[in-house]
Design a protein around this ligand. Structure first.
Ligand SMILES: O=P(O)(O)OC[C@H]1O[C@H](OP(=O)(O)OP(=O)(O)O)[C@H](O)[C@@H]1O
Ligand SMILES: O=c1cc[nH]c(=O)[nH]1
Ligand SMILES: [Mg+2]
Length: 213
């Protein structure tokens, strides 16, 4: 698995604001969108394109256009939904599939509670959105779900990752033999004793949408 940490002063600036505990919800949402657009620029370097003949007002020339089938963006609910608009701003023709996952805060085990995805994902470029890669249970579960549906080209875009989560994902992928890239704004220090990323930004879903029951 190739891990890309996007190094850019604007990313660092926006991430710092995102981490601050007194950043209010509307600003937090906006920052998530802006960050995803910046990360998506890097994450889509390998997006498939073909050539197309066009007429400019001056002459004929050959350009490029995104290949079919369109890229598939998969936000992991809830928190990944906050990343969707920022991604679609860059790739407006992408299709969107949904995966709902919740981490049990006692056991830290993920559970899938919703899915609306194409049945056959072979040959699709899949972009998974989840702001937090903590223990890796949720993203690992999502990757396994997509691979079970035939996915063979996966890029995950996260805002923050813990080293523990990256290792878990690596171990999973070693057994799956499916190419997967990870693009993140930062790799943080560690997980704390209750599975939160340190220094992190807290519970991304709660900060985007309010406290879940
Ligand atoms: O790597 P992990 O240890 O699995 O933790 C990361 C997951 O935790 C958060 O989701 P959460 O379960 O809080 O659901 P939410 O998005 O609905 O808040 C986050 O959005 C990730 O999906
Ligand atoms: O730090 C963390 C870990 C898991 N999920 C979050 O939202 N934040
Ligand atoms: Mg949450």
């Amino acid at each position: 698995m190739e891990v890309t940490v996007v190094s850019h002063p604007l990313v660092d600036h926006k991430l710092t604001l995102l981490r601050k505990k007194d950043t209010e919800q509307p600003v937090f949402r906006r920052l998530v969108e802006e960050l995803v657009t910046l990360l998506a620029y890097e994450a889509t370097r390998g997006v498939r394109v073909g050539s197309v003949d066009i007429e400019t007002p001056v002459t004929s020339t050959t350009g490029v256009k995104l290949s079919q089938p369109a890229p598939l963006v998969v936000p992991i609910l809830r928190a990944g939904l906050g990343m969707l608009d920022g991604m679609l701003r860059l790739v407006p023709t992408a299709e969107v599939g949904f995966l709902g996952m919740i981490r049990d805060e006692e056991t830290l085990q993920p559970m899938t509670y919703a899915e609306r995805l194409p049945h056959d994902l072979s040959g699709r470029q899949c972009y998974v959105l989840d702001p937090m890669l903590a223990t890796g249970g949720s993203l690992g579960g999502a990757v396994q779900f997509l691979v079970d549906r035939g996915a063979d080209d996966i890029t995950a875009i996260c805002l923050l990752a813990a080293p523990e989560g990256i290792e878990k994902l690596r171990d999973l992928l070693a057994g799956l033999h499916v190419p997967c890239n990870l693009v993140v704004a930062a790799v943080d220090e560690r997980l704390n004793e209750v599975g939160y990323i340190v220094p992190g930004l807290g519970d991304a879903g709660d900060r985007l949408y309010g406290l879940a029951q």
